[in-house]
Write a protein that binds this ligand. Structure first.
Ligand code: ATP
Length: 897
């Protein structure tokens, strides 16, 4: 039977199972294999990628290329075959380089996206497990909860307070409430309350259901059988450069035309020679390869970030990360390890300490101070039992290690029960759970209703102490509050527990049941040690001028204690969600600057905090994991989701996903982001001035009326070999040592900064000077024009090599051992370049094509000496500029006032 034709909503769950030929308790491995062979993967067909050939052709779609090809045609018609062939060769080589780079960049991005492919929770072979959504087959028993994207069309078996946003399918903006009962046949899609449809988003609650349709047989698959192809490679910076390159092209063409007219009319150049020279110059000066190199730089950045557990979902984040000035982070699991151990047990009369560490259920619970151990233990038992039953987690022993399935805090309560000599399996078997209110960060508690073996009905609640104190209103409130403060001040996360006897026959929990009669059983303090690497990461942020704000749902005292342990700020100030609510926006904008810990916050507070920071001109990276964090993740300049504990909703809203949920990975990504930006600046500071030098030399020759220092074909040759070698290597530069000692760059700082503009001028002039110097020197020796031009071409190449070493470090001297040995990319490029120049200078056929001549040893010595001199001059300039402090972008934090 074709699964999509069945009206699943009108079948009872057992009929659904029969129709699918499976059981209701999840598939076995052979059944999975059978279904997967029959139905294939749970994925929609991809829209076809752009055809490779068309992509290659697109490389030619560029004004400059058209001009070049017209030039080649003119040259060919006028019998300048060599020029024509060289021009066409340049065009083709450029296109090939661009094409390969683009393809590689796209592949890299695609591979990285696979790292965060969505996962789903299913029961197979009787065990709950997480599998890639692609692997779900019809018949799978699937669990969904708040924040999940429904992975297939499901017929719900069991739904608790389940709300699903089905706008995608029905256009309805109010989330639909779901339940499991059978519905009449004639029920519209939008009213099928016992179905969850693939692609819709779970807003609240949890449910289980049988997958009835997967892949293109789902409702969404039938509407749109194609999903979007890979995101185009575009970032604001890339667009800015593209726009610049295009405008610049027109400017160059206009200038070229003027120069051509001048050469022919005023200087009596042969018009075809002048045309080809001007065309060659245009090729030289327009940085047509720049967008491709920058794409590569970005793609390398994305790959390096992925290597550090930060997966980029939206490409512009690569740029923004480098400019991040504030990181707002969760506490639990991001700054801390989220490995909880229940340490302190507080009842009305006693405080006890549990020994042991991690989840190993070995240890003792001992009374603090004097008192009767047995009596204290008896007091604590109801509390410990409540912790075990109001709990969805379990511990599993894998080898020598104990692992949690579920919430770590609940795992710790499980271990605590074992330390108190309770057998969890037996205890849970004796009690039957009738209903529950799942934990929600909005109300900060979880409640469960149980039937005991003797028929009693007990309600167990656990949650944030404030929530339980409000619920239970105990007489000795101040005792509990001071106990909470003591545990919190030691960095413990505190949870309170309560219970209530319910009338016989109760089957459901209502929120009203919690407003009276709940009795406070006590508190448990958990330790959750900070991650070892986070303290250094925070110190790195502080030296890099990046503020770190902790935004947590936890208690102020606990949050503050952890902030102190991590050296978050010199004297961290804390603001609670309640206090924050009272502040108007303008005051909040002031407060966010000084406050570094926000406690007991809700997702709405997060949104206000991001906005306030942005109003202060900050570039904000913010973490989030819950379904309600999506708005603040979208609002932040870089939204960061958690790969392990984050919901699908938060991952989709985020621009970066952390594979290890670790704060230190954000800082690594920021460092890589700064490297990417630095490398883009390096590419530009190498490429533009070198083009400028070449142009200046030739333009001077035309204007002043002396012989061209390079022929048109020689200019094209220089551009070709440089574009294929040195032009690419700066994209691979590693992080400069001081990268995290600088302040973040300003929002909207221009790429062509004052220092870069100054560099363009200075280097252009120096290059023109040294090449013309060589040109006239060789002519003055009475040697041929060909000889002088060969020297000029080689001078250019050598000068470019030395200048590359200078540019590799923009913020410090390159005259170091590290600076001298370069990177493999640099060395390979230079190797290729040297071979190319040897051919150019010595191969007879190259001599014929390019009118070049073999050089002697003394010539090379002179060229290298000039290159070195140039390098020393530019190093001196870097040093002087840093000393003078004219360009603040060159300075490190420590140099600043
Ligand atoms: P962060 O935002 O840093 O991750 P958090 O994990 O403490 O902080 P929430 O998950 O919103 O934030 O939890 C807020 C509070 O709710 C906790 O401090 C705790 O008191 C309570 N709480 C958390 N998980 C549960 C749970 N499973 N059952 C009952 N109460 C819980």
């Amino acid at each position: 039977m074709e699964t999509s034709e069945v009206r699943w909503h009108m079948l009872s769950t057992s009929e659904v199972a029969t129709a699918l030929d499976v059981g209701c308790a999840g598939l076995s491995s052979p059944e999975v294999d059978r279904q997967s062979a029959r139905f294939g993967p749970n994925a929609l067909p991809r829209s076809a990628r752009r055809n490779v050939f068309l992509r290659f052709l697109a490389q030619f779609h560029n004004t400059l290329i058209y001009v070049l090809l017209a030039g080649a045609l003119a040259a060919a018609l006028l019998d300048h075959m060599i020029d024509a062939v060289v021009i066409v060769a340049v065009v083709i080589v450029n296109a090939v380089i661009g094409h390969i780079q683009e393809g590689k960049a796209e592949q890299a991005l695609e591979a990285i996206q696979q790292m965060i492919a969505p996962k789903a929770s299913v029961v197979r072979d009787g065990v709950r497990q997480t599998i890639p959504v692609r692997e779900i087959v019809p018949g799978d028993l699937v669990m969904i909860e708040a924040g999940d994207r429904v992975p297939a069309d499901l017929r719900l078996l069991h739904a608790r307070r389940m709300l699903i946003d089905e706008a995608l399918l029905t256009g309805e903006s109010v989330a639909a409430e779901k339940q499991e009962a059978v519905l009449p046949e004639q029920t519209d899609l939008a009213d099928r309350r016992n179905m969850a449809f693939s692609g819709t988003m779970v807003a609240a609650g949890h449910a289980s259901g049988l997958a009835v349709a997967t892949g293109s047989r789902t409702q969404i698959g039938r509407i749109s059988s194609l999903i979007q192809s890979v995101e185009q490679l575009a970032t604001p910076l890339l667009k800015q450069i593209d726009r610049f390159a295009r405008r610049f092209t027109w400017f160059v063409l206009a200038g070229g035309l003027a120069l051509f007219a001048f050469a022919v009319l005023a200087r009596n150049y042969d018009w075809i020679d002048a045309l080809i020279a001007v065309v060659a110059l245009a090729v030289g000066i327009v940085p047509e390869g720049l967008p491709a190199v920058i794409t590569i730089t970005l793609a390398i950045g994305v790959r390096r970030m992925a290597g550090r557990n930060a997966v980029i979902r939206k490409l512009p984040a690569v740029e923004t990360l480098g400019a991040t000035s504030v990181i707002c982070t969760d506490k639990t699991g991001t700054l801390t390890r989220n490995e909880m151990t229940a340490r302190r047990v507080i009842t009305e009369r006693h405080t006890m300490i549990a020994s042991g560490s991690g989840y190993v259920p070995d240890g003792q619970i001992r009374i603090v101070g004097s008192g009767d151990q047995a009596e204290a233990m008896a007091d604590a038992m109801p509390l410990i039992r409540c912790g075990l039953l109001c709990n969805d987690a379990a511990l599993r022993k894998v080898g020598a290690e104990w692992r949690v399935e579920g919430d770590p805090m609940e795992g710790a309560l499980f271990a605590l029960a074992m330390k108190a000599a309770i057998d969890p399996e037996q205890e849970r078997a004796e009690w039957e759970r009738l209903d529950e209110i799942p934990f929600d960060a909005a109300h900060r508690f979880m409640a469960t209703l149980y039937r005991g073996s003797n028929g009693t009905r007990l309600l167990f609640v656990k949650g944030a102490p404030e929530a339980l104190l409000a619920m239970t209103a105990p007489d000795n409130c101040s005792y509990w509050e001071s106990s909470i403060a003591t545990a919190g001040s030691e960095g413990e996360r505190v949870l309170a527990f309560g219970a209530k006897e319910m009338p016989a026959g109760s089957e459901r929990i209502l929120f009203e049941d919690l407003s009276t009669g709940v009795c406070l059983l006590g508190l448990v303090g958990f330790i959750d040690p900070p991650r070892a690497e986070v303290k250094d990461a925070i110190a790195e942020c502080r030296s890099a001028g990046i503020g770190v704000k902790m935004i947590t749902g936890d208690h102020a005292a606990t949050a503050l204690a952890i902030a102190r342990q991590l050296d978050l700020a010199d004297d961290p100030r804390v603001l609670t969600g309640l206090e924050l609510e009272k502040l108007p926006d303008t005051e909040l904008e002031q407060a966010v600057v000084d406050v570094s810990v926000f406690a007991r916050t809700s997702p709405e507070h997060k949104l206000r905090i991001v906005r306030a920071l942005q109003a202060q001109g900050k570039i904000v990276a913010m973490t989030g994991d819950g379904v309600n964090d999506a708005p603040s993740l979208k609002q932040a300049d870089v939204g960061v989701a958690m790969g392990i504990k984050g919901t699908e909703a938060s991952k989709e809203a985020a621009s970066m996903v952390l594979l290890d949920d670790n704060f230190a990975s954000i800082v690594s990504a920021v460092r890589e982001g700064r490297t990417v930006y630095d490398n883009i600046r390096k590419v530009i500071s190498w490429e533009i001035p070198t083009n400028g030098g070449e142009t200046l030399a030739v333009v001077l020759a035309i204007l002043l009326g002396f012989a061209l220092p390079m022929t048109a074909t020689q200019i094209l040759w220089v551009n070709l070999v440089l574009a294929a070698t040195l032009g690419l290597v700066l994209a691979f530069e590693p992080t400069e040592p001081g990268a995290m000692l600088r302040r973040p760059r300003e929002r909207g700082a221009p790429l062509l900064s004052p220092f870069l503009l100054w560099r363009v001028l200075l280097v252009s002039v120096l290059f023109a000077a040294v090449t013309l110097g060589i040109f006239f020197h060789v002519l003055a020796q009475g040697r041929s024009l060909e000889m002088a031009r060969t020297m000029v071409v080689n001078m250019f190449i050598i000068a470019e090599i030395f200048y590359l070493f200078n540019v590799r470090y923009l913020h410090m001297t390159s005259l170091t051992w590290r600076g001298a040995i370069g990177t493999p990319a640099v060395l390979i490029a230079i190797g290729v370049l040297v071979i190319g120049q040897a051919f150019f200078t010595y191969a007879p056929f190259m001599n014929a094509i390019f009118h070049s001549r073999p050089l002697g040893f003394a010539d090379w010595a002179l060229l290298v000496a000039c290159g070195m001199l140039l390098m020393l001059l530019l190093e001196l300039e870097k040093h002087v500029m840093r000393r003078l402090g004219w360009f603040s972008e060159l300075n490190n934090q420590e140099d600043m006032p």
